[in-house]
Design a protein around this ligand. Structure first.
Ligand SMILES: *Cc1c(COP(=O)(O)O)cnc(C)c1O
Length: 381
């Protein structure tokens, strides 16, 4: 037999309590029984988003909330700044251009965080810009962008800060209201510890004002309609009932652990992964601004990254992520977000060491594990 471990930056492992809750017999969504679950879930979500605003729950993958944001807040011809530092930054730009928005692309080297000064320069040079689109955590490069600093730039302007927090919400501190984030989106299959299928979006009062005049075509992702239904503890269309029942369980787990403790756990796991990488001589992809969601490392010279990922998955049962586009075959991403704890990191590091040795790379077995242990032990009294 072979035991499998899912350590990719989404989908992530699902805790037993959520799995069991989702295995209950189906209930109808237009019932007081479902409405009560929905109401409680929506309230718990606000806690994790650190907002007093509504958090819309959509039946879609995370990209649905991204597209919904663009079509509900903008009109064709509107100008936005797209922070393009990876696959997901690029996605903001592609969605915007699909709906006829004029995107000012701010290209950032993969693995780097955007410099807020560059954003300010673009904002000053283009006074009609009505939005800055960015990732809090650019999963494709494992870099984190400086959201707090960007929020300060858009605050007093007729311009929204729109943040893809898909691998950030529930991973590290991203207080939507306190920082002045105008739109924060996320998805179920990352730190929310659920299967794919739910997307979330929360809008500030300023963003809801944009919604009143936005002319992009929309039907399914109609945020105004969803908000109206949310107030009645229901959804506009048939919701993924089982996923919402699972979400309630996952959110309860987060609340029980405590949001700050959840952030501290992710920080500890991330530091352990980075320390292990350093001990093994694996260069970090995002050394200056690493995200606590995942750690990207370059595969050593002479080792084929694609083969390494395949060997880890197919022979050892460890699913890690490789790289995309020009980083394909060059990097390895160790995810540590969601239902992940100390010994998942130990497993990941131990497996990487063994797979590298199998690939002919010279290293001292256990060196990375020991470096990780030194940090992970902090998690115990
Ligand atoms: C996973 C992810 C998405 C959404 O991808 P979907 O496949 O649509 O769920 C968007 N942005 C980031 C940063 C992500 O990690």
């Amino acid at each position: 037999m072979r035991k499998n471990y899912l350590l990719a930056p989404g989908p992530t492992p699902v805790p037993e309590s959520a799995l069991l809750a989702m295995a209950q017999p189906m209930i109808h969504h237009r019932t007081p029984q479902f409405s009560e679950i929905f109401k409680e879930t929506a309230e718990l979500l606000k806690h994790v988003f650190q907002t007093q605003e509504d958090v819309l729950i959509l039946a879609a993958s995370g990209t649905g909330a991204m597209e919904g944001t663009i079509v509900n807040l903008y009109s064709p011809g509107d100008e936005v700044i797209v922070v393009n530092g990876g696959k997901f930054g690029e996605r903001w730009g592609k969605i915007s251009e699909s709906y006829g928005l004029k995107a000012h692309w701010l290209n950032v080297e993969w693995g780097k965080a955007v410099d807020p000064i560059e954003v300010k320069k673009l904002l000053d040079a283009n006074p009609n810009v009505k939005g800055v689109l960015v990732q809090a955590s650019e999963t494709s490069t494992t870099a984190a962008h400086p959201v707090k600093e960007l929020a300060a730039l858009t605050k007093d302007k007729n311009c929204l800060l729109i943040v893809d927090g898909i691998t950030a919400v529930g991973v590290f501190d991203l207080p939507m209201d306190a920082w002045g984030i105008d739109v924060l989106v996320s998805g179920s299959q990352k730190a929310f510890m659920l299967p794919p299928g739910l997307a979330f979006a929360s809008l500030s009062a300023k963003a809801w004002k944009f919604q009143e005049t936005a002319k992009c075509p929309r039907f399914y992702f109609d945020f105004k309609k969803e908000r109206k239904n949310l107030k009645d503890n229901t959804t506009a269309y048939t919701p993924p009932v089982s996923l919402i029942i699972g979400l309630r369980e996952a959110l309860k787990m987060i609340k029980e652990e405590g949001l700050q403790n959840v952030f501290a756990r992710h920080d500890r796991l991330a530091r352990a992964a980075r320390a292990a990488s350093a001990a093994l001589g694996l260069k970090l992809l995002a050394p200056d601004a690493p995200s606590n969601a995942a750690t990207g490392v370059f595969v050593p010279d002479g080792v084929e990254g694609g083969k390494l990922v395949k060997y880890l998955r197919d022979t050892m049962g460890i699913t890690l992520a490789g790289g995309q586009d020009h980083l394909k075959g060059k990097i390895l991403r160790i995810a540590h977000l969601g239902y992940v704890d100390t010994f998942d990191i130990i497993i990941a590091i131990a497996a990487i060491e063994m797979a590298l040795v199998k690939a002919g790379h010279k290293l001292e077995l256990g060196k990375g594990v020991a470096a990780a242990q030194k940090i992970l032990i902090e998690g115990y009294k």
